[in-house]
Ligand binder design. Structure first.
Ligand code: PGA
Length: 231
């Protein structure tokens, strides 16, 4: 199965840097056609429109765009929020939900995440639901059961995020099994201090990786993507 590489830029990058990064990824995909490798970028809010535009018109959808977040409400009087319909309008195909930083700093609950998942799916946007060990079952329980298998699940141990302490592969294997038992046969990604040095072990166990720190420099990110060629 083709592997997914999600670059989560968090609150980093300006527009010029974003375009150079996209060109570098397009170049890699041109060098290795037919690998089925899927590159998805999650830019910060102010770059969503220019990045989507660039992806659609200049690099011809070779890279796909994810929103780092989405409103838990439909259109309405919700200052500061961008809803799923608005993301769909600019060509967004993926939505990150329940990232541990959103849970920790912005009070996102299992129910908020469930609302976001339902609204994304109504717009044919695939949710990438981030779960720590302790959320695997509780997050699934908050979702409408018929929606579970329409999600991608990113397993991310909080202790591994942004720390350089990537999770032991045995623990990832256990988590993948638990996710499949609870959610059904969903694609599972691993995230948490993924680098070119450790990506292969996770790519063997999962459908792809969610990369933060080492997604910022295109050379580092593409060194991770490159590992898919050696599997
Ligand atoms: P990291 O971030 O690669 O910097 O650990 C991963 C994430 O937050 O998804």
């Amino acid at each position: 199965m083709s592997k997914y590489f999600i670059a989560n830029w968090k609150s980093h990058k300006n527009q010029a840097e974003a375009m150079v990064w996209l060109d570098d990824c397009e170049h890699w995909l041109t060098l290795y056609p037919g690998t089925g490798t899927k590159i998805v970028v999650a830019p910060p809010l102010h770059l969503m429109s220019p990045v989507s535009q660039y992806v659609m018109t200049v690099i011809r959808n070779k890279v796909q765009v994810a929103a780092q977040d989405v409103s838990p409400f439909p259109a309405g009087a919700y200052t500061g929020e961008v809803n799923a319909h608005q993301w769909a309008e600019i060509g967004v195909k993926w939505g990150l939900v329940g990232h541990s930083e959103r849970r920790e700093y912005f009070g996102e609950t299992h129910q908020t995440v469930a609302n976001k998942v339902a609204l994304l799916l109504e717009q044919q946007i695939t949710p990438i639901v981030c779960v720590d060990d302790e959320y695997i079952e509780a997050q699934a329980a908050a979702l409408e059961p018929s929606l579970l298998t329409k999600c991608f699940v990113a397993y991310e141990d909080r202790a591994a995020i942004g720390t350089g302490h990537n999770t032991d592969s045995t623990a990832v294997q256990t988590a993948v099994q638990k996710i499949k038992e609870t959610w059904g046969d969903v694609p599972v990604l691993y995230g948490g201090s993924v680098s070119a040095e450790n990506a292969t072990e996770y790519l063997r166990l999962t459908d792809g990786v969610l990369v933060g720190t080492h997604s910022l420099e295109s050379s580092e990110f593409l060194a991770i993507v490159q590992q898919s060629l050696t599997l």
